[in-house]
Design a protein around this ligand. Sequence first.
Ligand SMILES: C[S@@+](CC[C@H](N)C(=O)[O-])C[C@H]1O[C@@H](n2cnc3c(N)ncnc32)[C@H](O)[C@@H]1O
Length: 277
Amino acid sequence: MTSEQARQIGRLFDTLAPEYDSVGVEFFGPIASSLVTALAPRAGERWLDMGCGRGAVLLRAAPVLGDRGLAVGTDISAGMLEACHDAVHRAGLTNVALHQDDAQAPSLPAVPGGFHAIASSAVVFFLPDPAAALSAWLPLAAPGGRLGITTFAELDPRWQALDRLFDPYLPVDMLDARTTGAAGPFASDDGVEELVAGAGWAEVRTVSDEVEVRFASPEHWRRFSMSTGQRRMWALVPDDERQSVVDRAFAQLSADSAADGSTTYWQRFRHTLAVRP
Ligand SMILES: C[S@@+](CC[C@H](N)C(=O)[O-])C[C@H]1O[C@@H](n2cnc3c(N)ncnc32)[C@H](O)[C@@H]1O
C-alpha cells in the first residue's frame, strides 16, 4: 500500500509538473542522456523507467528501442504522467506505455521475459525505503537485465551556498542525507553500491558524470528552483522573510555571474549500474 510519505511526494510533483524541466535550464535532460548512454539501449529491448517524470529517460531511450522494443514508464504523480504522455505523443513514439505506480512496491503488469533494463534517474532518494524498493525491482528484470539508478554527488560549493540559505527554515528530516548527500547511503559511490548489492543485484559499479547548469539571470535560478523539489523549501520560508532570502540569493548569483549576467554552476552525479544475477 502506498505510504503517506510517497503520496505527499506525488502531490508535490503534481504541483511541479507544468514547470518541471521546462524553464530553459539544461539539468534533468543531460543527466538522463548520460544514464541512457551508460545503460546502452539496443533495438528490440524492453525498458522500465521508474519515476519517469516528464520522460527525460524514456524520450531518449524509446527511439533506440524501436518498434520491436518497449519503453514502460511509471510514476506516482498523475501530473507528471500527463505531461509525459503529451511529450511522448508529440515525439510520435508508439512503443511507450505509462502507468501510475509506486516505485516503492511496484504493481505494474508483468512483462513476459522481464525487462532488459530498469532505469531510474533522480528518484530513489525520494522513496521511503530505497533498499526494499531495489529488492522489489529485481524480479521485474530479465536474468542478466541491467539496472541504472542516478543519484547526486558533489555540488559546486557556490551553488551549495545558495541552498544553505534555506537551512534555517528546514525541519530535520529535510536535512536528511538522501536529499543533502551529506551522510547516509547517498553520500558516496560506495554507499549507493552497498545499497544496490545488498538488494541482491550483481556486478555493481559506478559511472560518474557532471552537468554544467547555466542560469541566464538570478530570476532564472529562482524559477528553476520553484520547478524542482526545492519548491518545498521555498514554502517553508515565512512570508515576511522570503524577500530577504531572495535578495541574498540574487546578490550571490550576481557575484558569481559572468559578464553577460548569467551564472553557471556544476553538479556531479553518479549512475550506479548493476545486473540481475
Ligand atoms: C526529480 S523527478 C525525476 C523524474 C525523471 N526521472 C527525470 O529524470 O526527469 C522525481 C520523480 O520521481 C517520482 N516519484 C517520487 N516518489 C515516487 C514513488 N514512490 N513512486 C514512483 N515515482 C515516484 C516523482 O513523481 C517525480 O516524477
